[in-house]
Design a binder for this molecule. Sequence first.
Ligand code: COI
Length: 356
Amino acid sequence: MLDIKIQKTTTPKAKPDENRLGFGNYYTDHMFVMDYTEGQGWHSPRIEPYHALSLDPAAMVFHYAQESFEGLKAYRTKEGKVQLFRPEKNGERLQSTHERLCIPTIPVEDFVQAVKTLVEVDRDWVPSAEGTSLYLRPFTIATEAHLGVKPSDSYQFLVIASPSGAYYEEGLNPVKIYVEDEYVRATPGGTGFIKCGGNYAASLAGQMKAHEMGYSQVLWLDGIERKYVEEVGSMNCFFKIDGVIRTAPCVGTVLPGITRMSCIELLRDWGYTVDCETRLSIEEVMQAARTGHLEEVFGTGTAAVVSPVGQLYYEGETAVIGGGKIGEVTQRLYDTLTGIQWGTLADEKGWVVPVE
Ligand code: COI
């Protein structure tokens, strides 16, 4: 158990209007910080007033991108309670990210304690307007000042918090997705299965191209054959074809999303066949759309929750899904998941962790 020192701010900020939060625009009064020094391990866990960091310009994170991050949310229930959703899963995923990037791992229980303590201290910042939550962003940076390429010998792990609304401006209206056939996001043996900034930096050119063409996000294809669907910029992606629900297997190039795994579990409980082992080609998807068998497409993610996809554009052809309306399964998943997260539905799965 961490011995977290708490230093509270003497100049609390004014809180933003809960109905106009957007995503990731505001930050709370405090942040969690913990240092790693070679020979000493992780040490000095503390909560400090939110402040800018002071880093050496040679800090290795700036040069070789040794950086990891996570995303999870704290929800306020109607009764005013505050709760987290499966935070231990984020802690586990952060460990696999650290292993891949040669960053010393953080015990899952310490990760959860860090997140919970920040939420406790900034509890008043958990918004209560419909559809809002306190988005939590844990991350680790390499801090050693050194220009040779090697793992850093010092790091900082931080957690910041941002009261946020919906990730997409569209809310629950179906988003339009551009299927990217020029750039790739991940290749086997690379870093596609972990959460690191570099994955997102590499995705920006594709995302910008999609935006210019009027699409909200990119659907990435596999990096070898450019044939199989993998994931969307900030979400995993599901396809309902002839009643069967399919999503890309997490075999090294796809992020193992916590919302993804929760949706698979719910869908199987409800009796759906979910195939998350077989790769699905974009050609099968487009063919299913042409013949009227593509029933629903939706994305899942912590920030995005469950987002219906209304259009897919691939090599000059547009597949329109569900006539621009949210599908039945997408809506049921959204309602169930958000019901559990905001406490309006019973947490039969034991996914919710209260913050006292
Ligand atoms: C999340 O869903 O929490 C993410 O990290 C996606 C993102 C906003 C990059």
